[in-house]
Design a protein around this ligand. Structure first.
Ligand code: 5GP
Length: 119
């Protein structure tokens, strides 16, 4: 679970502006953007812009604090805007846990009782 950070991962490219994304929030420390393959309408990813944490185990307290505060802000904004019935906040560590991009991220996934995209 601990290992070398790959500067060529897609989220690192997004942070550097080398790959595009649909931004929903940005400040000096944190970036949030829509997931390219959303599990629901409004599926958003939130990532730290600084440091080289691949996962939750590697992130420092300052970045984690900023990240979780933005995750809460986004959850509230999505709740207000989309009126979902629930919101999942998910986070995977390691390929065995389903992680595919090795730059720390939280998924913010609005969920609707009548499930499905566009629901
Ligand atoms: P993981 O399984 O690592 O927790 O989730 C990675 C997420 O990143 C997936 O939900 C996937 O759809 C999303 N993703 C992968 N590549 C891109 C990309 O190039 N742009 C955006 N916006 N999302 C991506």
């Amino acid at each position: 679970l601990y290992g070398a950070y790959d500067d060529q991962n897609i989220f690192a490219k997004i942070i550097r502006g080398e790959a595009s994304c649909y931004k929903v929030y940005e400040d000096d420390d944190v970036l949030a953007f829509l997931d390219l393959f959303p599990q629901s309408f409004g599926h958003t990813l939130v990532i730290p812009k600084r440091g080289k944490a691949r996962n939750l185990l590697e992130v420092d307290a300052q970045n984690l604090t900023k990240l979780t505060l933005v995750a809460q802000k986004l959850a509230r904004a999505l709740a207000d805007e989309l009126q979902p019935d629930g919101i999942q906040v998910a986070q995977f560590n390691g390929a065995a846990a389903g992680q595919t991009v090795f730059h720390l991220h939280f998924h913010i996934i609005p969920r609707f009782d009548d499930a499905g995209l566009g629901a």
